[in-house]
Design a protein around this ligand. Structure first.
Ligand SMILES: [Fe+2]
Length: 170
């Protein structure tokens, strides 16, 4: 069966202005990251999730205000790829804002894990279904940097419907 990209991710038609992105990248360089450990294993991700909205540049909140209204928290997340195949433990969906452009991509796998589709962010913002299995291609030493707005209670389908009403996908 052919994989349907919209089951895994949706491209969002908004992005940060260059000025706001510059502010956000400067802020990101100051945050403290922890390794994401699950079952005593590090999955390859570093994250920082103990920040509040008022610490972010206000332009970030303004650009994605409808998402900040309905998401449960946000985090900075970075990895150099080589993230093993997994689905997120608690998180169901996320709006993922890349802070840099790299050659790396996320692989989303079908149910029997024989086929995958590639998500190359290329600087664009995506809603992602974190309950689908995914992995990240090895990116050498280069970090992929993201700001992610997270959903734990509501699932991908619900978030997709909300953001569709706010015209995020047209
Ligand atoms: Fe993940």
């Amino acid at each position: 069966m052919k994989l349907v990209p919209s089951d895994f991710y949706m491209k969002i038609n908004r992005r940060l202005s260059d000025d706001v992105m510059t502010e956000l990248v400067a802020f990101e360089s100051t945050v403290d990251y922890k390794k994401f450990i699950w079952n005593d294993m590090w999955d390859g991700n570093y994250y920082c999730n103990d920040l509040t909205n008022d610490q972010l540049p206000s332009g970030v909140i303004e650009t994605f205000s409808e998402v900040f209204d309905i998401c449960e928290n946000f985090c900075f997340l970075k990895n150099t790829g080589n993230v093993i195949k997994h689905h997120d433990v608690a998180r169901r969906a996320s709006v993922t804002i890349p802070l840099n452009v790299t050659d790396s991509y996320t692989q989303f796998w079908d149910w029997d894990e024989t086929k995958y589709i590639k998500l190359r962010h290329n600087g664009e913002v995506y809603l992602q279904n974190n309950k689908q299995r995914h992995s990240v291609k090895d990116n050498g030493d280069e970090f992929r940097l993201f700001l992610q707005l997270n959903f734990f209670e509501n699932d991908y389908a619900w978030v997709k419907q909300q953001l569709d009403e706010y015209k995020y996908f047209q």
